[in-house]
Design a protein around this ligand. Structure first.
Ligand SMILES: [Zn+2]
Length: 207
């Protein structure tokens, strides 16, 4: 279950010079306090969504939320509207959104780099490279391991197991799982398997 809710914090309080209190009609005694409400996800602020404001008179202590300022006190309403517009939510009310954006950017970079590595590894195979292959009929994944690499061909051994996990290397990459009978694939075979989505990933296990 995802836990989320809303919360708020005080941003600023400042005087509203030049307007009179709608209740006691004293001039220059109103102050406005502006708050920022935000949505939080597990208590991490994600998105500010509203800026409530409260006006209070220091003379008579009467107070009004922005929406409840009497209609005849239009000058007060106007002054508060200007202050609200000039008030930004604190940066930390966006921190969850910033984290999310960083996460998405990181994932995109990781995916691009992985694809680049796969292309390089496929074009210049090394003994020990592991190909993830997808069976068209069962839609399951398995592995091929390079046991001999030459200019235009590789000899590979097939893993005896398959799984519906698109990243089966952790589960299936054990020496005993591979056949002892290698077979040969050409660079053309490999490229064609890749283009058809039958070869989905190349991993180079570092020695
Ligand atoms: Zn007043």
């Amino acid at each position: 279950m995802i836990f989320f809710g809303t919360n708020g914090s005080h941003v600023r309080t400042e005087p509203l010079p030049g307007v009179t209190c709608p209740a006691c009609h004293t001039a220059n005694q109103l102050r406005v306090s502006i708050f920022s409400r935000y949505v939080h996800l597990y208590w991490i602020p994600v998105l500010p969504y509203r800026k409530p404001a409260v006006v209070q008179c220091q003379q008579c202590q009467a107070s009004w939320e922005y929406g409840k300022i009497p209609a005849e006190a239009d000058a007060v309403k106007q002054a508060v509207r200007v202050r609200k517009a000039a008030t930004r939510a604190p940066w930390w009310h966006w921190s969850g959104a910033a984290l999310l954006a960083l996460g998405v950017a990181w994932a995109a970079i990781f995916t691009i780099r992985k694809a680049q590595h796969s292309a390089v590894f496929l074009a210049a195979p090394h003994v020990g490279d592991i190909y993830t292959v997808r069976d068209d009929s069962t839609r399951n994944y398995s592995l091929l391991k390079v046991v001999r690499a030459q200019a235009n061909t590789v000899d590979v051994v097939a893993n005896a197991y398959e799984t519906d996990d698109a990243h089966p290397i952790r589960k299936l990459n054990r020496p005993g799982n591979f056949s002892k009978e290698p077979f040969t694939l050409t660079q053309l075979d490999l490229q064609s398997m890749k283009n058809k989505g039958q070869l989905t990933d190349v991993d180079r296990v570092e020695e």
